[in-house]
Design a binder for this molecule. Structure first.
Ligand code: C2E
Ligand code: CA
Ligand code: CA
Ligand code: CA
Length: 278
């Protein structure tokens, strides 16, 4: 399944690279998507070991008027290249914070956190910090329940200013999770200096955890590293009980994945939360 997934991915990459006009067209369409309300956030629940709901990860969806749903794995890179990521990211922050504030108005949901993905370009841009603070104050959401997911690939250059920016946001209470952990080449020395609240095990390692001893070793190493740095670890892409059990056995205590729930659209979210007394 992994090999075919990779082939498929490469196919899309080359298809896009081959067609500059198509890329340009998509970027143009994306530019209008915000204004024309073609974007939506879906929310995937995260659970602790005892089945308690911890919060959600916001995942961006784009329904193109002619092409239908387009994967964020495809349009986020386009948004980054074209500079649209700032506008898109702002929309995600505003929408996400609005949702967070709505949960906090309900006692049964007041503990929930919201994880928001932040791309490298977006985080690096000078306006980012203000964008986050504005979204928080505009919505009235509690900064302490907003968790920004940064990716390991951001750690390749200018780590000092990245740390500074994280630290400033952290002073407002904002949390940070390191997404896709283990897939990049971040230095462990940096890891110790980053003001992180969580490590997220990449779904690629979870997928082959039971069949690939290398992946199993990496998962064990990440969890051990998290424990020694005092960082909770969450696993994403958990699809089977066997995977969950193997993760638990290695000391993982938080999970996200199809085993528990797919990302939920607005009506599904309402139905889901009704079970939690919201
Ligand atoms: P990610 O942050 O690693 O998100 C996890 C992806 O795994 C999501 O794909 C999610 O739908 C999918 N997933 C969840 N559970 C399972 C599972 O059990 N098995 C499998 N195989 N997959 C699962 P999605 O929604 O297509 O998003 C793809 C990527 O696009 C995200 O990867 C993230 O890097 C990016 N992305 C999504 N929304 C945003 C956003 O608002 N801003 C930015 N900058 N990037 C975003
Ligand atoms: Ca993520
Ligand atoms: Ca990930
Ligand atoms: Ca593997």
């Amino acid at each position: 399944a992994k090999a075919s997934g990779r082939r498929q991915h490469r196919f899309f990459d080359t298809a896009l690279q081959a067609s500059i006009t198509e890329r340009a067209a998509l970027i143009g369409d994306l530019r209008m998507a915000v204004a024309q309300q073609q974007l939506a956030l879906h929310y995937q629940p995260q659970f602790d070991d005892s089945g308690r709901l911890l919060g959600f990860e916001a995942l961006l969806r784009w329904r193109h008027p002619e092409r239908g749903p387009i994967s964020p794995a495809l349009f986020i890179p386009l948004a980054e290249e074209s500079g649209l990521i700032l506008e898109l990211g702002q929309w995600v922050l505003q929408r996400g914070c609005q949702q967070l504030a709505a949960w906090h108005a309900q006692p049964a949901l007041a503990h929930l956190t919201l994880a928001v993905n932040v791309s490298a370009q977006q985080f690096r841009s000078p306006g980012f910090e203000q964008q986050v603070l504005d979204a928080l104050s505009w919505s009235g959401a509690d900064p302490g329940h907003l968790k920004l997911e940064l990716t390991e690939s951001m750690l390749v250059h200018d780590v000092e200013s990245l740390i500074d920016k994280m630290a400033r946001l952290k002073r407002h209470g904002v949390q940070f999770s390191l997404d896709d952990f283990g897939t990049g080449y971040s230095s462990l020395a940096y890891l110790k200096r980053l003001p992180l609240d969580q490590l997220k095990i990449d779904q690629g390692f979870v997928r082959d955890l039971l069949t690939d001893t290398n992946d199993a070793s990496i998962v064990t190493a990440i969890i051990t590293l998290g424990q020694s740095l005092g960082l909770p670890v969450i696993a994403e892409g958990v699809e089977t009980e066997a995977q969950r059990d193997a993760l638990r056995q290695r000391g993982c205590r938080a999970y996200q994945g199809y085993l528990f729930s797919p990302p939920l659209d607005a009506p599904q979210l309402v139905a889901f939360l009704q079970r939690y007394g919201g």
